[in-house]
Design a protein around this ligand. Sequence first.
Ligand code: 5GP
Length: 205
Amino acid sequence: MQTKGMLIVISGPSGVGKGTLCNLLLKRKKNIILSVSTTTRLPRDGEINGKNYFFVSKKDFESMIKENQFLEWAKVYNNYYGTPREFVNKNLEKGKDVLLEIDIQGAKQVKHNCPQAIFIFIMPPSIAELETRIKKRGTETQTSLEVRMGNTVNELKAAYMYDYIVINDDIERAVTELCSIISAEKCRTSRNKDTIEDIIKKGVY
Ligand code: 5GP
């Protein structure tokens, strides 16, 4: 029997639609729970503390780093973001699959500490389409848009360190692919050694 949950890491450039895809994934796969990150970024309109992020001050975040409270943390566009270690471990132990929607720096740390995690990178159909989506979202100033776009090529090259890529050109197809990846990973021999042993142990009687 698979006793421990899987850790699923999803990254991708800003504006690629990770949030929407993750929400659809959570609706379809009931065993997955989203890890709510802690950040020093200010809440955007409509964001709720404890649901989208835990919003904290820089001072509090730095204390939490010292107390080793994060499974990984990174500074992204001048703000800190981190994954609460205790929440993740507790849920994995319970057999829940835990989803982390984190940046590339964070994914590297997770890969180092939890190599058995599944790493999925969401790609835009093109860089031009990505820019259009970010502009439509309307959350960036011209300067911050330029900073984010300037970073895009490097961000896309990071796809090579992930196990899978999913191109978000069609949301329905993309979420189906995410579900398929997760279903296939559940069937991996290395994740099912106990099941194999259980069946063998029961013998022929
Ligand atoms: P946003 O400010 O647009 O919500 O997020 C900016 C970036 O931070 C996104 O790429 C998002 O995936 C990443 N991010 C969100 N939470 C975490 C986290 O806990 N750790 C890391 N490393 N990155 C995060």
